[in-house]
Design a protein around this ligand. Structure first.
Ligand code: MN
Ligand code: MN
Length: 293
């Protein structure tokens, strides 16, 4: 395993940032403020966000990152997913937790238990479908549904989603885990139909191709993106540190149109069901190492 120390360091910091963030999510508090505090915490502790901190509420399953003017205040009843990643020299930890501001303990425990049960069977040679089966069985056993079109994934250096995908149900995939792989397992449970659709545009972008733009403003913003974030996802908000708002808006629109950048969409439960999520990053070996424990 190359760079094991960096993978461990990234995992530990991810887990610390998760604990820090969990305490901040409370009724009456601003989602934007919590997001920024967690992002600052990551930098202050020697890491960098591997992707923008995502705090997705209720029927939004994932990919919510606030704009700089976001006004959302956590409310009584909210089911809040905090999903975050930290990288140290490109080695990534990815973890998520669900916070209950209402009466959703059962739904949250469904994704937590599913992750726990899945981790129990992780070792070299285990088939992906078997992991999916354990997750599905645990969640349906509690009266909920797994979200079928959201998955865990393999992680490589500077590549958040690389190689294999790890299903949240038995999808028939006979591929086996291999010693030394880094994987993220992330069961999503819902009281809806168990599928997500793409919703509104998110504030999260990612570089698709390192080509240049003929437009000078776009080119300057693009150089900053390549230098700071490489191919890792980033938030539009982050660019306001270095460029005025109109330039960022102009450049991102252009770069998206030129297919140099990809803009993510929010992922919303098809039936507007509530969604819970729990996630850990693991190193696959005979006794798997939970890097984000
Ligand atoms: Mn994640
Ligand atoms: Mn993940």
């Amino acid at each position: 395993m190359d760079n094991l120390e960096d993978w461990k360091k990234a995992g530990e910091l991810t887990s610390k940032a998760r604990a820090f963030g969990k305490e901040k999510i409370k009724i009456g508090v601003s989602l934007l403020k919590v997001t920024e505090e967690i992002e600052d915490f990551i930098y202050e502790n020697g890491g960098k966000p591997a992707f923008p901190v995502q705090i997705s509420v209720n029927n939004i399953a994932a990919h919510f990152n606030p704009s700089k003017d976001d006004e959302y205040i956590f409310r009584k009843g909210d089911l809040v997913k905090l999903d975050l990643g930290v990288h140290v020299n490109g080695c990534i930890g990815d973890t998520a937790i669900s916070v209950d501001l209402g009466d959703n303990k059962e739904l949250i425990s469904a994704s937590e238990e599913a992750l726990k049960e899945a981790i129990k069977i992780v070792k070299p040679g285990v088939k992906l479908r078997e992991i999916g089966k354990v997750i599905e069985k645990t969640i349906t056993g509690k009266g909920f549904k797994p979200v079928r079109n959201l998955t865990g994934h393999e992680i490589k250096k500077y590549e958040e989603h690389a190689g294999m995908t790890i299903p949240n149900f038995d999808n028939g995939d006979e591929t086996q885990l291999v010693e030394g792989q880094v994987i993220a397992i992330e069961p999503f449970a819902t009281n809806g139909v168990g599928f997500i659709d793409e919703g509104k545009d998110s504030e999260i972008y990612k570089l698709l191709e390192e080509k240049t733009s003929r437009d000078m403003i776009a080119r300057n913003v693009l150089m900053k993106i390549i230098k700071e974030y490489k191919v890792l996802p980033f938030a539009k908000r982050w660019l306001f540190k270095d460029f005025p708002e109109f330039k960022v808006n102009y450049a991102l629109r252009l770069l998206e149109r030129e297919k140099i950048l990809h803009r993510y969409e929010q992922l919303v439960e098809r039936d507007n069901g509530l969604v819970s999520q729990t996630e850990h990053t693991l190193l696959v070996q005979e006794n798997p190492l939970i890097l984000t424990k």
